[in-house]
Design a protein around this ligand. Structure first.
Ligand code: FAD
Length: 456
C-alpha cells in the first residue's frame, strides 16, 4: 500500500525525535494483547498505523491534534499497549499517539494526586511510597500501563475489593481532556456523569491529558496462598473474607486446580490437585484469616509471604488477567472469558458450568466491590477448540444467569461494560466531529470496517 501523502509533511513541522516511521516499530506499537482472543487474533493481526508520534509536552500534543484534524487523519492514543481487546489497534491507519513521554507528576497531596496521561502506574506506586501512600487499586499490568490507558481501557484490579472500580465515585476525581478539533479545546471534568464519558471509552471521545485520582494510606500487606482440596471450600472461604468488613484487604483471588501450577515463580507452593486462594491482608488481621482458612480446610504456608518478599515477587503477577497470561504460556491455544456471577447463587452457577463443561472451563474469581456491593467477578480460562464451541460456552454462561463481558470483540458496545455508552457517544459527537479518534471501535457513531465479523 502507498504511504499517505501527509507522512512527508511531518518532517517540516515536528521535532524529528518525535516521529517514528520504521515499519516494524509502527506495527509493534499498533498492537496490544488482543492475541488473548483467538477470534481477535484471526481478525486484527494485519492492522497497523502509518506512523508513531510521541509528544513530550502539551504544546507538542496540541500541534499533532491540529495537524491531524486539518487533514482528517485518524489518531489512536496509546499508553502501555497492554489492553486485551485490540483497543489500540488502528483500524483505519493514521497516527499512533504514544503518550508515554507525557509523564509529569503534576502534584501529590495527602489523599490525591494529579498525573500526566503517560505516567506509568508502577512509577506512581513507587513515588507514592515516599509519601506513605499507595494507589487505591491498579491493574496487574501496572508496571507497564499508564494512568490514562487504565482509565480509558481498564476496569479495576488489585485493591478493587476495597475501593471498587474506575466508575465508583471518589476514585477518579478529575480529568483534563483535549478535543479532536483544529483548535483543540481543553475540557476539565469532575462529576460522575462527566467522567463517565471518558472512562473505559477506548479514547474515542477525547484525549486525556491529565488525571487526578484519590490515593490510599500505605499498608504493609501480608501475602497468603491458601490451598483447598475442593473448589467449593476455596470459594466459600474467599466469600467470607471478601465480605468481612473487619478484615482490611487488597486482594481476594480464587483459582481452580490446576491453574495456580502455571505460576512458575511460586510453583514450589502450588499443587496441581488443589484450588488456591491468594490474599493480601493487613498484618493485624493475619491470625483471623488463618483461623478462618482452617475452618474451611485451607492449608496456609507460613513461608509463602516471606518467599514473596525475599524474592521481590508481586502478588499482582499471579492474579487478575495475569492468571490467564501464565496459563497461555503453557497452553497458547487456550483463551478466557469475563463473567459476573450472581453473588447469591455463584456456587450453583459454578457447579452447573462444571457439570456441563468439566475441565474445559477452569474457574478464576476476583472478588471486587462494585457500586458498593461485594461481587465475584471472574476471568475463567477456556480450553479453546473452536469459535462455535466458545460461543456455545458463552450462551451457557447466560443461560445460568452469569453476565458475560465478551473479551472477543473490539466493539465498545459489545464488551459488556457499556452502561455509559450513550454518554461516551454524546461526548464523541461534541469532541470529535469527524470521527477521527480510534475509528471503528463502535458501530454507534460510524461504520466499523469489520462490522459484524469480529465478535463471537
Ligand atoms: P493501552 O492498552 O495503551 O490503552 C488502552 C485504551 O486506552 C486504548 O483504547 C487507548 O486508545 C486508550 N488510551 C490510552 N491513553 C489514552 C489517553 N491519554 N486518552 C484517551 N485514551 C487513551 N485491566 C484491568 O482493568 N485490570 C487488570 O487487573 C488487568 N490485568 C491485565 C493483565 C494482563 C496480563 C493483561 C495483558 C491485561 C490486563 N488488563 C487489566 C488490561 C490492561 O492491561 C489495563 O486495562 C491497562 O491499565 C491498560 O493500560 P495501558 O496504558 O496499557 O493502555
Amino acid at each position: 500500500m502507498n504511504a499517505p501523502y501527509w507522512l512527508e509533511e511531518l518532517d517540516g513541522l515536528f521535532d524529528s525525535e518525535m516521529i517514528k516511521r520504521k515499519e516494524t516499530y509502527v506495527k509493534k506499537m499498533s498492537q496490544d494483547y488482543y492475541w488473548y482472543s483467538p477470534v481477535l487474533r484471526a481478525k486484527l493481526a494485519h492492522y497497523s498505523g502509518d506512523c508513531v508520534l510521541a509528544p513530550k509536552s502539551e504544546e507538542e500534543l496540541i500541534n499533532i491534534i491540529t495537524f491531524a484534524a486539518k487533514r482528517k487523519i485518524p489518531i489512536v492514543t496509546r499508553g502501555g499497549g497492554t489492553g486485551n481487546y485490540g483497543q489500540i489497534i488502528p483500524l483505519r491507519g493514521g497516527i499512533v499517539l504514544d503518550t508515554r513521554e507525557l509523564n509529569k507528576i503534576v502534584e501529590i497531596e495527602s489523599g490525591q494526586g494529579t498525573f500526566e496521561a503517560g505516567v506509568k502506574l508502577g512509577t506512581i506506586e513507587k513515588v507514592l511510597k515516599e509519601t506513605d501512600q499507595e494507589l487505591r487499586f491498579f491493574p496487574s499490568t501496572f508496571m507497564k500501563s499508564t494512568i490514562a490507558g487504565f482509565i480509558a481501557g481498564g476496569t479495576g484490579g488489585i485493591g478493587s475489593i476495597a475501593y471498587g472500580t474506575l466508575w465508583d465515585e471518589g476514585n477518579i476525581l478529575a480529568l483534563t481532556v483535549l478535543t479532536m478539533e483544529e483548535t483543540p479545546r481543553k475540557i476539565n471534568v469532575k462529576t460522575k456523569e462527566e467522567l463517565a464519558k471518558y472512562i473505559h471509552s477506548y479514547g474515542i471521545s477525547g484525549i486525556i491529558l491529565e488525571a487526578t485520582i484519590a490515593l490510599a494510606k500505605k499498608v504493609n500487606w501480608v501475602d497468603f496462598l491458601i490451598q483447598f482440596d475442593e473448589l467449593e471450600q476455596a470459594l466459600l472461604f474467599s466469600d467470607v473474607v471478601a465480605h468481612d468488613t473487619t478484615i482490611q484487604k487488597r486482594l481476594v483471588s480464587v483459582c481452580e486446580a490446576p491453574l495456580s501450577t502455571a505460576f512458575h515463580p511460586i510453583k514450589t507452593f502450588t499443587d496441581k490437585r488443589k484450588a488456591s486462594v491468594l490474599l493480601q491482608i493487613a498484618p493485624e488481621h493475619q491470625n483471623d484469616v488463618e483461623k478462618k482458612a482452617a475452618c474451611y480446610g485451607g492449608d496456609c504456608s507460613a513461608a509463602f509471604s516471606r518467599f514473596i518478599k525475599q524474592n521481590k515477587l508481586r502478588m499482582s503477577d499471579f492474579s487478575w488477567n495475569h492468571v490467564t497470561l501464565w496459563w497461555l504460556k503453557l497452553h497458547p491455544n487456550d483463551t478466557y472469558l469475563q463473567g459476573r456471577f450472581d453473588p447469591k447463587h455463584y456456587v450453583t452457577q459454578v457447579n452447573q458450568l462444571k457439570e456441563r463443561y468439566q475441565d474445559e472451563v477452569l474457574i478464576h474469581f476476583e472478588w471486587i466491590r462494585a457500586g458498593g456491593k461485594v461481587v465475584p467477578s471472574s476471568q475463567p480460562v477456556i480450553r479453546f477448540t473452536t469459535v462455535e464451541r466458545l460461543q456455545e460456552i458463552m450462551v451457557s454462561f447466560q443461560e445460568f444467569g452469569i453476565k458475560v463481558s465478551n473479551p472477543h470483540t473490539f466493539l465498545l458496545e459489545e464488551g459488556g461494560k457499556d452502561e455509559w455508552m450513550d454518554q461516551i457517544c454524546l461526548a464523541k459527537k461534541e469532541n470529535d466531529p469527524n470521527h477521527l479518534l480510534n475509528p471503528g471501535k463502535t458501530h454507534r457513531t460510524a461504520h466499523s470496517p469489520l462490522a459484524g465479523e469480529t465478535h463471537v
